[in-house]
Ligand binder design. Structure first.
Ligand code: SF4
Ligand code: FES
Length: 251
């Protein structure tokens, strides 16, 4: 491990100093070698890992790569492994780490780009296509017609599963995914569960079975709970996987 360090400012306010160690590697450069780099900085009140990384990037190291868009736990792009656990960096406060030592690694299972940046987008896009993530109906849409009413409890149940932000944390926390490269993970199974309870979708259980009725789908999950334990949106992933498994067993 190669450690470099840098000090960004004097601690005038009496705040503690924290150390952030970051995995550095450029997958695009065939001559590059992976290493760790440690940055020292002064923790400010309410500091998130997003704020800390922006501070490092803007004052110490313009070459550090990481992904952010919304800074509010909505876009799902800032997932990374923080002291061994996959988390959203924008929703993780540095004060959670009592000893002030934080190690950041890129999310596993996705294509690595550089440093903390990985390509979740192409994986999610391929998963969406594979799970046929759109309403299947023979009805011709009449945009002038009044929308069909949906029972509030059904609409709420669909909305609950639609809260997935495609952050990839459930896959990073999943041991099955490590063993089965093509496993669709909780994010894929949750997607199918979402359409299976949507009254607008006319697909049968037999049709859903074609999508997830194998070891890369609902029968591959070993119920290790890593997905639900780490999902930043608290989605009921294991309940929905069990629900789909019960349906698929009957096909
Ligand atoms: S199910 Fe949860 S952990 Fe998985 S991608 Fe969606 S929001 Fe992220
Ligand atoms: S930056 Fe969007 S979820 Fe963190």
């Amino acid at each position: 491990m190669i450690n470099k360090s840098a000090q960004i400012e004097e601690n005038k306010e009496g705040y503690r100093e924290i150390k952030i160690t970051v995995f550095r590697y450029n997958s695009q450069n065939k001559d590059a070698k992976p290493e760790y780099q440690t940055y020292k900085l002064v923790e400010t009140p309410g500091m998130t890992l997003y704020i800390a990384l922006i501070k490092i990037w803007s004052t110490m190291d313009h070459n550090l790569s990481f992904d952010f868009v919304c800074r509010a736990g909505i876009c799902g792009s800032c997932s990374m492994v923080v002291n061994g656990k996959p988390k959203l960096a924008c929703k993780t406060r540095t004060s959670e780490f009592e000893d002030g030592k934080i190690t950041l690694l890129p999310l596993p299972t996705f294509k690595h780009i550089k440093d903390l940046s990985v390509d979740t987008g192409n994986w999610m896009n391929a998963m969406s296509k594979k799970m046929e993530s759109w309403i299947h109906t023979k009805e011709v849409t009449d945009i002038a017609a009044i929308e069909k009413p949906v029972e509030p409890d059904v609409a709420q149940a669909v909305f609950e599963l639609d809260r997935c932000i495609e952050c990839g944390i459930c896959l990073a926390a999943c041991s099955t995914k490590v063993m089965k490269e093509d496993f669709v993970g909780a994010v894929g199974l949750n997607r199918v569960a979402r359409f299976s309870i949507d009254p607008h979708d006319e697909r049968t259980d037999e049709e859903f079975y074609e999508l997830i009725g194998d070891d890369d789908g609902v029968f591959g999950c070993m119920s290790l709970m890593g997905c639900e334990d780490h999902c930043p949106k608290d989605l009921p992933l294991q309940t929905k996987i069990a629900y789909m498994r019960r349906k698929m067993v009957k096909v």
